[in-house]
Design a protein around this ligand. Sequence first.
Ligand code: ADP
Length: 339
Amino acid sequence: MFQKAVLRLTLWYLAVITLLSVAFTVALYQVSTRELNTLEQRQQTVQQSIIQLQLPPSFTALNQQRIEQIEESKQNIAINLAYFNIVIILAGGAISYFLAKQTLQPIEESVEAQNRFTADASHELRTPLTVMRTEIEVALRDGNFNLEESKQLHESTLEEIGKLETLTNNLLQLSKQDSASQRAAFRLCALEDIAAEGVNRVKPQLKKHRDTVETHLERGEVLGDPWSLAELVAILLDNAIKYSPEKSVITLATQVEHQHAVITVADRGIGISPEDMPHIFDRFYRADLSRTKGKQRDGYGLGLSLAKKIADTHHGVIEVHSTLGSGSTFTVRLPLGHK
Ligand code: ADP
């Protein structure tokens, strides 16, 4: 499909180049032959005078030779211009193809990414649905299905629904983080409030894992959407909880440094391997399961890509330092807000 589009665009570019080249050639031919035409006319008049005056034939021959030379020059100009056009059209064709490819490449990449995303999302959505369908079908076929089993089935279905909810919420958040409309609603938000709201959102997970969050909060303000910024902190805290042993201490700090607000979330968990490091912000990327053995894997690999998108929308950056087996530190740098 893209090859066709590239060829079509190449033809359009080439048509424009050919049109310009032909127009330029015609103009050039007109200008360069104008003088020769005047000269030729003059020679024709001289020829007639020679005939009328009955001058010797050598004069006629000489004059005729001049007229022929002028004709030849005009022909040479036409041939050279034709060659010039052929070269321009051939070179134009190659350049047009290159430019068409360059123009359409980002669109092709974005469509590919979109397709990949849709395929990944559909796959993730299908998994809980398949689980629910199988369990319900088995239950329906079982003639001795009792109340206890029915309760278990409902619990399991509820769990899968919870997963679907998380996934659809994540997908919705990702699509919402689209710059222009988001930025219009930006306001000054206090770092301490963002941090507090972030902690608040992961309270159930903290309680379940019996982890504690140690906070070191320096005051500062950033211009942004408080809900999204708290979500960013919550994502980092949620990961810190998920990828650390139970009863861990997680550190959350806010600082003001060189016109930037810095939010840091550090854990002493399993860490991230150098192979996974370049991919952790990719959508649907989850590190090798074997490293998280013994842990119930929940999440769809969308958390960090959402966190990055929130940081991007706020003109910020997100960095990570991690040592496998020792823990990870995520740092978010956002420009300080001014009234
Ligand atoms: P997930 O839903 O799997 O947590 P994320 O996008 O939040 O998805 O994270 C992507 C991957 O990065 C995770 O699967 C995990 O392997 C790794 N990761 C993220 N945060 C941490 C952390 N604090 N410690 C160790 N690994 C982490």
